[in-house]
Design a protein around this ligand. Structure first.
Ligand SMILES: Nc1ncnc2c1ncn2[C@@H]1O[C@H](COP(=O)(O)OP(=O)(O)OP(=O)(O)O)[C@@H](O)[C@H]1O
Length: 126
């Protein structure tokens, strides 16, 4: 039997990764909030014509939070598989994963404030 080519195995890996990413968007209510927040951030960045470096920082923050949420969902799914019944360590594992999302979100919020506060001030002061 012929072994699958390098390109077909890479294509399949990409397809599975994309499947995982879209599953989070479809099933996680928190992800819908992240998407909404990201749209608001990008609309403000466009409206205020932020610098190229600020765009990079904002895109990085959005990616960081989305990535943390995908890892969190992955860990929650695994915990549900291996420990569907109550277990103190299962709970701790989920809390830690959720804590990582919170950490990413706090970091993104602080960077967002550092970027946008001067634009808001300039807008308010005309
Ligand atoms: N098997 C378990 N054993 C002990 N505690 C658990 C278990 N499953 C969940 N918990 C506790 O309940 C909390 C919520 O778990 P749940 O699976 O409902 O996550 P979630 O509400 O879907 O999280 P998120 O909002 O991040 O998607 C966990 O953070 C943990 O403290």
């Amino acid at each position: 039997m012929r072994r699958p080519s390098f390109f077909s195995t890479r294509y399949n890996s990409f397809k599975f990764a994309f499947k995982g990413m879209t599953a989070v968007f479809r099933t996680e209510p928190n992800m819908h909030l992240h998407v909404l927040a990201s749209i608001i951030v990008f609309v403000m960045a466009y409206r205020f014509e932020v610098t190229r470096t600020e765009w990079c920082l904002l895109i990085f923050c959005v990616g960081l939070v989305w990535m943390a949420e995908i890892f969190n969902t992955s860990i929650e799914t695994l915990v549900n598989l291996v420990s569907p019944e109550y277990d103190i360590l299962a709970g701790k594992t989920k809390d830690l994963a959720a804590g990582a999302v919170l950490m990413a979100a706090i970091t993104a919020a602080i960077i967002g404030l550092v970027v946008f506060v001067p634009y808001w001030e300039a807008y308010i002061n005309g």
